[in-house]
Design a protein around this ligand. Structure first.
Ligand code: ADE
Ligand code: ZN
Length: 322
């Protein structure tokens, strides 16, 4: 069996970040919008560092202006995920981009995303759940209506609440109101931390947002006390090695700390973050990790079991996937 066919669980995928460049160009053309600056001469997303990545991400997303656009996006993304062997995917959904944080508009976007997800499940068997996500560099006040959107739509499809964006802005605790609101509505909690922010950012996130999972979290790798804290709190890391390498956090897969974190006993999982931006796919992540660390199908099956255990879906869905 090749890694492509291995059944996979993906826990960390930004819906807009998974948009095929050709789809974004088609939609831009239909709307007579020029976003050619977002692409290089080969048609790939073009950026040279994380701040520029965020700008290009937001420029590409700016052409997605209707629920119908998000339906098209969801169909394209889930088709690609299924093609990579993914059987279960959680994606980050941003009401900031889907109706500007207005809950009525958000419901319309969500209806299309859910319909596209049902179609994908019917066609390929893939199961998709959503994690509503606020964006850190939009600030704590902007995060509040996003949490209300999440709380209002919590249910079988919207399972969690999270935060992406620029981790160097402010403190995790600034967003505690939003996370408390989402938690009170029954949502599971994850947050990006320890991608750009280092150990202190992870500590603040654990203390102030109380997640069960951390997006990336790789910044803990030199801090043994923090690794112990992550172990004691049973935290699962959503690690995206190809994203970290593409954005320059580590020079190569070989230099990435994922294997050291796994050896330390941490619950690690493997995801793609924003695959077309980083010229990656789930299969490529597995192939690169296998090349770098000698991991085999047995290792990846164990990693996928960890991912399924930490997934935000209900137990019935987990049983079906086992
Ligand atoms: N949004 C999309 N990709 C992201 C990343 N790698 N870090 C923070 N926010 C993001
Ligand atoms: Zn991410």
């Amino acid at each position: 069996m090749s890694f492509r066919e291995l059944p996979k669980i993906e826990l960390h995928l930004h819906l807009e970040g998974a948009a095929p460049p050709a789809l974004i160009r088609d939609i831009a053309k239909e709307k007579h919008t020029d976003i050619s600056g977002a692409f290089d001469e080969r048609g790939a997303y073009a950026f040279k560092d994380f701040p520029q990545f965020l700008k290009v991400y937001e420029a590409a997303t700016s052409v997605l202006t209707s629920p119908r656009d998000y339906g098209r996006l969801t169909r394209a993304v889930l088709e690609n995920c299924a093609d990579q062997g993914a059987i279960y995917v959680e994606s980050f959904l941003s009401p900031d981009f889907c109706g500007g944080g207005d809950v009525h508009a958000w419901r319309d976007y969500l209806a299309e995303i859910e319909e596209a997800s049902r179609e994908a499940e019917r066609d390929t068997g893939i199961i998709h759940k959503g994690i509503v996500t606020c964006i850190r560099h939009f600030g704590p006040e902007a995060a509040k209506p996003i949490a209300l959107c999440a709380a209002e739509t919590a249910g079988d499809f919207i399972r969690g609440f999270g935060m992406g964006g620029d981790e160097t802005v402010g403190h995790a605790g600034d967003y505690a109101w939003a996370f408390d609101c989402a938690r009170e509505a029954g949502l599971e909690i994850t947050s990006h931390a320890g991608e750009w922010g280092g150990p202190e950012s992870i500590r603040e996130t654990l203390r102030d947002l109380r997640p069960t999972r951390i997006g990336h979290g790789v910044g803990c790798f030199r801090d043994h006390a923090l690794i112990d804290t992550l172990l004691e709190n049973d935290i699962t890391l959503e690690i995206c090695p190809g994203s970290n390498v593409a954005l320059g956090l580590f020079p190569s897969f070989t230099a990435h700390p994922i294997a050291r974190l796994r050896d330390a006993g941490l619950k690690i999982t493997v995801s793609t973050d924003d695959p077309p931006f980083f010229h990656t796919s789930l299969t490529r992540e597995y192939e690169e990790l296998s090349r770098a660390f000698g991991w085999t199908e047995t290792d990846f099956s164990e990693i996928n079991e960890t991912a399924l255990a930490a997934a935000f879906c209900d137990d019935e869905t987990k049983t079906k996937l086992r």
